[in-house]
Write a new protein. Sequence first.
Length: 162
Amino acid sequence: MPAGVRRPPRGAVLIGAGTRIAAATADDAVQVYDLATGRTVWRSDERGVPLESDGTTLLVRDTADEGGFRLLDFQTGAVRWKAPDSGLPGLSASWDCALTAGLVAVQGAVGEKPFVRVYAVRSGEDRGRFGSWLAGLGDDWVATTRGAGPNRLALEMFRVTP
């Protein structure tokens, strides 16, 4: 895969960087724990579930299945920005998200119509809504797939300004 490209997570993953890992605590707070020191680095006052990290930032959703999103600073836990619920349950087989140094992509849906919402990492500014399913994300592009007939998928790539 090209440098800077992240595949959306599939199934359970451990989110972390170096010796630090992000997790939801028993009372649903987000925390980053340092395995080398055996200590909590920071703990959020808000409930949430870690979804994805690039070692610099941490994407969190209110719960595993629903709610808005927050992009946190991985080192301090400070909230960089917030985004609304995407409308697609996290337990859906269609759920996906991805994070690069420049962009965040979250799979969403309205009824039966899927979409990918893309945000700028730095500002949280909404950079677009792209119909269909998340296939990949780079620092300045998003890829989606859509049905193109029986047993066929079409891959579409879009340039996105971070």
